[in-house]
Design a protein around this ligand. Structure first.
Ligand SMILES: C[S@@+](CC[C@H](N)C(=O)[O-])C[C@H]1O[C@@H](n2cnc3c(N)ncnc32)[C@H](O)[C@@H]1O
Length: 236
């Protein structure tokens, strides 16, 4: 039951209503390269400098940066003449492309794919099926056929999945002691980030990844080097 305060001012209802705005501010700052630029510059920058470097409008960038400050994704220092923006620690670690814990790829997948499908959530509930057809004009009967509607989309999905494992793979694999198992099979193992965490945590293990042929091909070419001899693939 809600407290009297909640009923006088419905804080969670207001938060939930604005949730999608918050996500999109973060996704947009990632997509435009704000966090990457501030990391690379090594010093705080004005909104005009950021807009000029990233080729955006000055007014639009200033508003985006101030929204990021409100969300604690950026910090701002006020000098006499201007405001200077820098990354917060959490943004440098998780929202820049070059960080080992980067969540950039999953952010982009959420922003450009998941976000568009969720626009049709009411239709999904009415019809009991995913909404790739409405969102992207592709048949939604085979979900992975829809998700992998182009090689580029497949690559984005694989990179997105991999980025998630960079922050939680080790905890998942350490939840149970897998050291007695030396031969491990990862069914639908995708880009192989979990397999990589697995052989790192359990050095005596080997992992065989099973996935669709075109996923296996991209994983071999772009994500798992042949030198990682403890990881092998099986198409199917
Ligand atoms: C939700 S993704 C998870 C990927 C990976 N386990 C990870 O967490 O990064 C599901 C995986 O199952 C694979 N998959 C879907 N249908 C499959 C099939 N019929 N045979 C083998 N793999 C399949 C997809 O290509 C995808 O890599």
């Amino acid at each position: 039951m809600g407290s009297t305060e909640d009923l006088d001012y419905p804080q969670i209802i207001v938060q939930y209503s604005n949730g999608f705005l918050i996500s999109k501010v973060m996704f947009t700052a990632c997509e435009l390269g704000v966090f990457d630029l501030l990391l690379e510059s090594g010093e705080p920058l004005s909104s005009d400098a950021i807009a000029a470097c990233l080729g955006t409008s000055t007014m639009g960038m200033k508003r985006l940066l101030d929204a990021c400050v409100g969300l604690k994704l950026l910090a701002v220092e006020m000098t006499q003449e201007r405001a200077l923006y820098r990354n917060t620690e959490i943004s440098s670690i998780y929202l820049t492309k070059s960080s080992p814990k980067s969540q950039y790829h999953i952010m982009m997948y959420y922003s450009n794919t998941v976000y568009l499908c969720w626009q049709y959530l009411a239709d999904a509930v009415r019809e009991g099926r995913n909404q790739y057809e409405r969102a992207f004009g592709v048949s939604s009967r085979d979900p992975f056929g829809a998700m992998y509607r182009s090689d580029e989309e497949m690559l984005k999905f694989m990179a997105g999945q991999n980025s998630v494992w960079s922050i939680c793979g080790r905890d998942v694999l350490a939840a149970f002691d897998l050291s007695p198992f030396t031969q491990i099979y990862d069914l639908g193992g995708g880009g192989g980030a979990l397999a990589q965490e697995c052989v790192s945590l359990y050095p005596n293990s080997t992992v065989t990844i099973y996935d669709l042929p075109k996923v296996v091909q991209v994983a071999r070419e772009q994500f798992v080097s042949p030198e990682e001899r403890q990881i092998s693939f099986h198409e199917g």
